[in-house]
Design a protein around this ligand. Structure first.
Ligand code: AMP
Length: 306
């Protein structure tokens, strides 16, 4: 099944307790596309970069069968830039810099070959751009998943709520769910968010895993206990890429399969955080991904007499 991914393609500067990087390749769509590429080979990327973005980074995406016909390159302008610093617990971070640059005037134009994509991943990006992508689709997609972050709640809340009303699944982290609803309890927050439109909600809790809400059901996936966590950047996007990539590949939208998708998403996030940036997402194989999914299953399996 074809998967359309929109989101930032960016430069990031990251500081964690284990080290610091200068500008490296990042962006929500970069992580989503790479993570999804382990499940489906028809990935249509919609994004924008400046002429400062290296051609090799685009070639690396093409190598993982990400179609970049929908990636606009603006001559003489700069790519989106984000800098962040993680606290000692690695679960929380401060955004130090967000330079929108090319994103400021981004009008996403979908190539004709993208317009009937069946699975849509609205990665973290300006909400009005996410909406413009939905408006250009010529067929009703099978599933629309959306990710966002606190930055857009601060600067474009109304636009954000309009997009949330149109999607099937929202993925968001716990603090953002609380900010969006004003509720501390995640159960109450989940109810409010599902009332805004999405039938499914994933609340990501960093090293404490992820929750999937649907009607009166809740499913919990732990995060894998890892010996080394170098850089959590992109974990949420890798989760989203694994989640929707698995759903697009299996083309099964039952709750049981959504649960599996949450585990595959969590597996991709676990690979992402083991190295800086996107490094660990480029050279995996499906056997390694499946082995990691098996570790999740072992982690939570138990028998009971009750
Ligand atoms: P995550 O760690 O999953 O939240 O994603 C981190 C990625 O999101 C980085 O590679 C950034 O380039 C990108 N990013 C940071 N801020 C924003 C923003 N406001 N909108 C879109 N993407 C962003």
């Amino acid at each position: 099944m074809s998967l359309l991914v929109v989101g930032t393609v960016a430069f990031d500067a990251i500081e964690t307790p284990f080290g610091k990087t200068d500008k490296i390749i990042g962006g929500a769509a970069t992580y989503i596309g790479l993570a999804a590429s382990y499940f489906t080979s028809k990935i249509n990327l919609v994004s924008i970069v400046g002429s400062d973005f290296p051609a090799e980074a685009i070639a690396a995406m093409n190598k993982r069968s990400i179609d970049t016909a929908g990636l606009q390159i603006v001559e003489g302008e700069k790519s989106f830039f984000w800098a962040g610093k993680y606290h000692n617990d690695m679960n929380t971070r401060d955004t130090l810099v967000t330079e929108l640059n090319v994103l400021e005037n981004f009008d996403p134009i979908l190539p004709d070959s993208y317009k009937a994509s069946e699975y849509i991943m609205l990665g973290n990006l300006t909400p009005s751009v996410q909406m413009r992508v939905l408006d250009q689709l010529t067929e009703k997609p099978k599933l629309v998943v959306m990710d966002t972050m606190n930055f857009w709640m601060d600067v474009a809340l109304n636009d954000l709520k309009e997009v949330i009303a149109k999607v099937d699944v929202l993925t968001i982290n716990d603090e953002e769910a609380r900010q969006l609803t004003g509720e501390y309890s995640l159960i109450k927050a989940a109810k409010i968010i599902r009332g805004m439109g999405p039938k499914y909600l994933v609340i990501k809790k960093g090293e404490h895993g992820a929750l999937l809400f649907h009607e009166d059901q809740v499913f919990y996936s732990p995060a894998l206990l890892l010996e080394e966590v170098f850089d959590p950047t992109g974990a949420g996007d890798s989760f989203a890429g694994g989640f929707i990539g698995f759903l697009a590949a299996t083309d099964d939208l039952s709750f049981e399969n959504m649960k599996r998708a949450v585990i595959y998403g969590s597996a991709m996030a676990s690979f992402c955080v083991e190295k800086f940036g996107k490094e660990n997402l480029e050279g995996l194989n499906r056997g390694e991904v499946n082995a990691r999914v098996k570790q999740f299953s072992n982690l939570v399996q138990f028998t009971t007499d009750v």
